[in-house]
Design a binder for this molecule. Structure first.
Ligand code: HEC
Ligand code: HEC
Length: 194
């Protein structure tokens, strides 16, 4: 029975465009590697400090996986988990998570009106939407932020500020230079509430 299904899936895959075929292989690989155990079965994380991946641009996921695999972004346990993945497998995983609908974590907290308003004002002042797009959906190597976990956003924004995280460029380090913790908390709340 399983074989019949696999054959059917393979035949379907043959008729689909390349990105869809990558996503099908990526879904199987994510299952085999247990990515959903931390990042959520539908790519929406319910685990503290673990980012949601659903709806991230494929290019962003691919780039981050390569940075993690090569140790250029230090983020245990991901450095270890990315070992042994071939470039094509990374692209398959990226196509799979990019194909899933983005959305907030189930355990998202209620909106704090004052914190949200402060985050909104800071975001406008600091041009977050210029790169991440006005709806914060991201593009190419720039991540989707809308509805991301607030705890992860706080953590990672502080890492950029403190030069503990760098991308292929230093845009985010420049953006976050000297930004105090309370402003980071407001920005994270605003983005998480989108
Ligand atoms: C044991 C839990 C765990 C598992 C399993 C896991 N991850 Fe992660 N992943 C994390 C954590 C924690 C982070 C955030 C690390 C940080 O920035 O401090 C992360 C970060 C990432 C990021 C960066 C996302 C971003 O928005 O910055 C990607 C991409 C990713 N993981 C993909 C995967 C894939 C693909 C798999 C399966 C091959 C996987 N992860 C398995 C815990 C996990
Ligand atoms: C000049 C363009 C630019 C601006 C302005 C900008 N960003 Fe970014 N942002 C990027 C890029 C590029 C990345 C990916 C960097 C990397 O590879 O680590 C990124 C990554 C991030 C991440 C990491 C998300 C994840 O899932 O790993 C967060 C959070 C973030 N930006 C928030 C913000 C906020 C909040 C603002 C406004 C205060 C902002 N960004 C302004 C370009 C920008």
């Amino acid at each position: 029975m399983t074989r019949v299904w696999l054959l059917a899936a393979a035949l379907c895959a043959a008729a689909l465009p390349a990105a869809a075929q990558d996503a099908i292989r990526g879904a199987a690989l994510a299952e085999a590697r247990g990515c959903g155990g931390c990042h959520g079965p539908a790519g929406r994380s319910a685990v503290e400090l673990v980012p949601s991946l659903a709806g991230q641009p494929a290019e962003f996921i691919t780039l981050q996986m390569i940075l993690l695999r090569e140790g250029l972004r230090q983020a245990p346990p991901m450095n270890q988990l990315a070992q042994g993945l071939e470039d094509q497998q990374v692209e398959d995983l990226a196509a799979y998570y990019a194909s899933l609908p983005a959305g907030p974590a189930e355990d998202r907290a209620a909106r704090d009106a004052a914190l949200y308003a402060r985050g909104q004002a800071l975001s406008a002042q600091m041009n977050c939407g210029v790169c991440h797009l006005p709806d914060f959906s991201g593009r190419n190597q720039i991540p989707h932020l809308a509805g991301q976990r607030e705890d992860f956003l706080r953590h990672t924004l502080a890492q950029y500020r403190d030069s503990q995280r760098r991308g292929t460029d230093t845009n985010m380090n420049a953006v976050m230079y000297n930004v105090p913790d309370d402003a980071i908390a407001a920005l994270a709340h605003f983005m998480a509430q989108q």
